[in-house]
Design a protein around this ligand. Structure first.
Ligand code: PLP
Length: 383
């Protein structure tokens, strides 16, 4: 029996063996509470501060600019709610886009219900922001560096434009870290990152607060993280994040070249299929994500969820959009924003790669996918 084929690395990645080794060492050797003054506590605290310095050095930041959080969802919630608390009521003005991750969109919906003004910038059919309107002062922008469904890359030029206009910008850098050059985005006022997308553990992330940018904490209850994020730190996950980041950045050029080749190969294979398939990811996007719609017309009556389940039944794990969207059977908001009908959005797959993905994996996927699609189309004709 053949082993399973995982092509959903944008949803999460397996922990790197060296990260696991680092975490096991910390779990075994440093069980103290980092806030305790005794030996065990000081040892745990040392690991955290050492990791903070390492992460800062890897990203060309100051250690004080780094806050360890439970993941990007917490980082994003913190930064958006912080601006709201600073500016409410008359100046809580946010600009974001229609294709953000739910961590951003749902936070903004909540803030709107509390009185914030939200403007959603529209995008074109590849997920790129449409020509940018005038930037008002004192507005908070929150944008993705790399779209998690399409792979579309934000032009970092917007960061300096927003700052020049005396506004503020937060970048959701989750799908960018370790995959594309992150440096141009680090000029933003705030950035959010996640450990489990770079072969680190789940439940750990960063909130980067640049320079003297203000931050109102989301969590209160202690002076951890320089009074900006209360709660006992998870020493092992923090150390694991540091290790994962150094591995990801060191192997980035090699991995990127490999994944580009895999992405190109899959694009070629898709174009050879007899079915009409529309690739939704821009050629210039992140090579780690390839999103395509395999049935354009409702009359073909293909059941998108059945496709995911049939692939799964054949040992292949793939999403049809973000993990949340596929879990809730809702058509993805990102695909709606780029102009897909509800039917097309459901007839879409997001294949996402890792440095371990091989040409043979792609051949296997294409073979199984084509067989299922042929069968589904035939079954419809027979019915
Ligand atoms: N932002 C983007 C672009 C993501 O892809 C994800 C995870 O899917 C998140 C934010 C949330 O990250 P976390 O799982 O660390 O909360």
């Amino acid at each position: 029996m053949s082993s399973r084929l995982f092509l959903d690395f944008a949803s999460t990645t397996p922990i790197h063996p060296l990260v696991l080794e680092t975490m096991n060492e910390v779990l075994n050797d440093s069980p103290g509470n980092p806030s305790s003054v005794h030996n065990e506590g000081r040892k745990a605290k040392f690991i955290i501060e050492e990791t903070r310095e390492k992460v800062a050095q890897l990203l060309s930041l100051e250690p004080a600019e780094i806050i360890f959080t439970s993941g990007a969802t917490e980082s994003i919630n913190t930064v958006l709610k912080s601006f709201f608390f600073q500016k409410f009521p008359e100046k809580a003005n946010f600009f974001s886009s229609e294709v953000e991750h739910h961590a951003t969109l749902h936070s903004l919906v909540f803030l709107k219900s509390k009185g914030a003004n939200i403007t959603y910038l529209p995008v074109d059919n590849l997920g790129d922001l449409l020509p940018f309107p005038h930037i008002h002062p004192n507005v908070f922008y929150s944008l993705l560096a790399v779209n998690n469904e399409l792979g579309t890359i934000l032009s970092p030029q917007i960061i300096s434009d927003v700052k020049k206009a005396n506004s503020y910008i937060h970048i959701d850098g989750v799908q960018a870290l370790g995959k594309i050059d992150i440096q141009p985005y680090l000029n933003a006022n705030y950035l959010s990152f996640s450990g489990h997308k770079i072969q680190g553990p789940r439940g750990i992330g960063l909130l980067v607060v640049r320079g003297g940018s203000e931050l109102v904490p989301l969590l209160h209850g202690g002076s951890h993280e320089r009074n900006r994020r209360a709660g006992t730190e998870d020493t092992a996950k923090i150390a694991g994040f540091g290790k994962a980041l150094s591995i990801a950045l060191e192997s980035q050029p090699k991995n990127n070249a490999h994944v580009k080749m895999i992405n190109h190969y899959l694009r070629g294979k898709i174009s050879q299929l007899t079915h009409t398939i529309k690739i939704n990811s821009p050629e210039t996007g992140s090579p780690y994500i390839l999103n395509f719609t395999y049935s354009q017309d409702k009359s073909e009556n293909i059941d998108g969820e059945a496709m995911i389940l049939a692939l799964d039944g054949n040992g292949i794990s793939i999403s049809n959009g973000s993990a949340c969207a596929s879990g809730s059977f809702e058509p993805s908001h990102v695909l709606s924003a780029i102009g897909k009908t509800e039917y097309q959005a459901k007839s879409t797959l997001r294949v996402s790669f890792s440095a371990e993905t091989t040409i043979e994996d792609i051949d296997r996927f294409i073979h199984v996918f084509e067989r299922i699609l042929n069968r589904m189309k035939l079954a419809h004709k027979i019915i």
